[in-house]
Write a protein that binds this ligand. Structure first.
Ligand code: DGY
Length: 448
């Protein structure tokens, strides 16, 4: 029997305190809730980032987080965005809203696929134990990515779509306004009661109108039993999200490294092909009118004119010509100069900018982390440092909030938030374990 290593790297006491106070508080026995009352279940990308953050403190627990998630994988490969491990009436919409008989106790669409990248990080700076754990989950991640291509790009256009704004993880950002406003809210939409606004100020959450539209898509999905072909071809909403596509491309690149490292040569061609498809397909998101990567609404064939924090994940994905990169760096500088803390979830110059409302302005640590990783990849180190430092300072000054106001810096949304704590740990990890980057770069088994 292979046992987890006894000793884990020694964190600094400050980082360890963060872990104890915040993430442990949200531990529900093998998985972590994003925060206590607002999100009392397991969320897909939240768990991915949480695993990353705790991996330098407790490897075994970090892998367990991913195992609990992957145990909920559907037979078609889909990894749901919420897993309802218990019946908790404090959250809406619960399992009965998703499926008529609610057999699977999960939501019925996915979320940005960060898991392969998280696993690669954990393996590349880890030990034989991490390699062994990654080996046991590898096939599930292959199935997950296969599902994205078959269910969300059935016409093989080169980039995947989302069928609900919740699938982007950026629920109410202006990227979806065109598509949501184009939808009709059915007269027979059942009355429902939001729970989120009993815990968080209404002004920091999506509007009621947005919720009516979110629930309209949910009803449609439930009524057609989440038939992916029907959702894609006829569903109320279909959009191309820079966030999901850039994250999936990065995930495929990381999966490729993982496959090489684990010696799974039979999967290499398939992954390489996914990378090629997405590298070309992502060009579809280049919006010539504003010279930036933006979302695209497929029901109306319209680009959104908003530059969001997801636009800047182009660097994380390694996408864009030199000229496109240069435009994106200019946007990045301009946006950072227009707020006190970066990176806002929406360009502050955009007409829809609201500094406190969820994904229409506030800063999110996880997005900052991925943007900074991408900026480091292209050697834009001072921009990357600015974003990392802002992320650390916001938490130090204002606590582990779900998101932050880019003008005042105040914490917003849920409190004691797992992924904010996790990213804090990850960013401070360089101080904690300065050798990890060195080991990663010197990993001879890795094919780049
Ligand atoms: C919510 O309930 O706000 C979530 O973002 C949906 O996943």
């Amino acid at each position: 029997i292979r046992r987890p290593p006894r000793s884990t790297p020694k964190p600094s006491s400050a980082a360890s305190d963060v872990y104890k106070r915040q993430i442990k508080k949200n531990d529900r026995g093998g998985f972590t809730v994003p925060t206590n009352r607002l999100y009392p279940h397991q969320w897909n990308w939240d768990s991915g980032f949480t695993a990353l953050g705790i991996s330098s403190l407790d490897k075994s627990r970090a892998w367990q987080e991913l195992v609990m998630l992957i145990n909920a994988q559907w037979t078609n490969g889909m990894l749901p965005h919420i897993i309802f491990h218990e019946n908790n009436p404090n959250y809406f919409p619960g399992p009965d809203q998703w499926q008529k008989n609610a057999e699977s106790q999960t939501s019925c669409h996915s979320q940005p696929p960060v898991l392969a990248s998280v696993m690669w990080q954990m393996v590349s700076r880890g030990t034989e134990y991490d390699k062994m754990k990654a080996g046991t989950l590898f096939n599930s991640i292959m199935a997950y990515h296969r599902w994205f291509f078959s269910a969300r790009d059935p016409d093989k256009e080169g980039c995947v779509s989302i069928i609900h704004p919740w699938e982007s993880g950026r629920d109410n950002c202006p990227d979806w306004d065109i598509g949501l406003n184009n939808m009709k809210i059915p007269k027979n939409l059942e009355q429902y009661f939001r729970k989120d606004t009993s815990y968080v100020d209404k002004l920091e959450r999506p509007t009621d109108d947005h919720y009516d539209r979110f629930m309209t898509i949910l009803k449609y999905g439930r009524d057609c039993n989440w038939d992916n072909v029907k959702m894609h071809n006829e569903g109320p909403f279909l959009a191309i999200d820079p966030g999901v596509n850039f994250i999936l491309l990065r995930a495929n690149k990381d999966l490729y490294k993982l496959a090489n490292y684990l010696g799974y040569s039979e999967t290499i061609n398939e992954i390489r092909n996914w990378i090629k498809i997405l590298e070309q397909g992502c060009q579809k998101m280049w919006n010539k009118d504003i010279n930036a990567f933006t979302s695209f609404d497929k029901r109306t064939n319209t680009y959104c004119d908003a530059i969001t924090n997801a636009s800047f994940l182009c660097f994380y994905a390694g996408v864009g010509s030199n000229q496109q990169k240069s435009y994106m760096i200019d946007h990045c500088n301009r946006i950072l100069n227009n707020c006190n803390y970066g990176m806002p979830s929406l360009d502050p110059m955009h007409k829809c900018f609201e500094s406190k409302r969820y994904w229409r302005g506030p800063i999110w640590s996880i997005m900052n982390y991925m943007i900074a990783v991408g900026l480091e990849d292209i050697n834009e180190l001072s921009l990357a440092d600015k974003i990392k430092n802002d992320t650390i300072q916001l938490v130090k000054k204002n606590g582990m909030a779900e998101y932050f106001d880019p003008i005042t810096g105040i914490g917003l949304g849920g409190r004691d938030f797992s992924w904010t704590a996790a990213i804090h740990l990850e960013l401070l990890k360089d101080e904690i374990d300065i050798n990890s980057k060195h080991n990663f770069l010197n990993n001879k088994n890795v094919i780049n």
